[in-house]
Design a protein around this ligand. Structure first.
Ligand SMILES: Nc1ncnc2c1ncn2[C@@H]1O[C@H](COP(=O)(O)OP(=O)(O)OP(=O)(O)O)[C@@H](O)[C@H]1O
Ligand SMILES: [Mg+2]
Length: 188
């Protein structure tokens, strides 16, 4: 079982959205996936209950191919620290904004404090294709001192609609984009 933690001390980077969508992609690919919701706001749990997207809320005693851990946007959260200690993979979700990257430096510090493994990486979310910013992202990300995943998640309305409609809100190209990111995460 692979335990994948999504984090960023900044709110709104897309942790919950990508926890669910990347989990759905792995379910679609035939894996059994459990979602662990460490955010007291319980957005991911409510989302799963509302849309029944195929991945389940992880239950004690069950075995999964992967568990995906959504975390609160609070770097001092004890639940986040515990989640990092149990992680096999840590994915720092970042918006493509330079300002957010600077604040992500604090998140990298907390990852280093609580996660001893080598499988931590940055994933850019909400990227607008063919923009100057999109091209600059790999270099900017490298300055955080973590590897940057080569795949990025684009900005798409369907990712917002997924919160209402679940995985079926995504067309084939969006599903493929999410699947490729999921595969990179489990193999990097
Ligand atoms: N790739 C994307 N394209 C379009 N909208 C997106 C994308 N990723 C996230 N969003 C939207 O951005 C908003 C914030 O996303 P989300 O709730 O997943 O962030 P979060 O990091 O979990 O926030 P918090 O830290 O408050 O828990 C949501 O409205 C979501 O639909
Ligand atoms: Mg969230």
């Amino acid at each position: 079982m692979m335990n994948i933690v999504f984090c960023n001390g900044k709110g709104g980077a897309g942790k919950t959205t990508l926890s669910i969508l990347l989990g759905c992609a792995l379910v679609d690919a035939g894996r059994r996936v459990g979602l662990v919701d460490l955010d007291p706001q319980q957005t991911a749990s409510r989302w799963i209950k509302a849309t029944q997207p195929g991945l389940e809320i992880a239950a004690a005693g069950q075995t999964y191919d992967a568990t995906i851990v959504d975390t609160p946007p609070r770097l001092e959260s004890a639940a986040l620290h515990q989640g990092l200690r149990n992680a096999d993979r840590v994915i720092l979700i970042s918006s493509p904004s330079p300002a957010d990257l600077w604040t992500s430096q604090d998140t990298v510090g907390v990852i280093r404090q609580h996660y001893a493994g080598a499988k931590a990486a940055v994933l850019f979310n909400s990227v607008q294709r063919n923009t100057t910013l999109a091209r600059e992202l790999p270099g900017m990300g490298a300055r955080l001192g973590l590897p940057v995943l080569s795949r990025q998640v684009g900005r798409r309305q369907s990712y917002q609609h997924a919160m209402l409609l679940g995985w079926k809100a995504l067309d084939a190209s969006a599903r493929e984009e999410i699947l490729q990111v999921a595969l990179e995460i489990i193999t990097f």
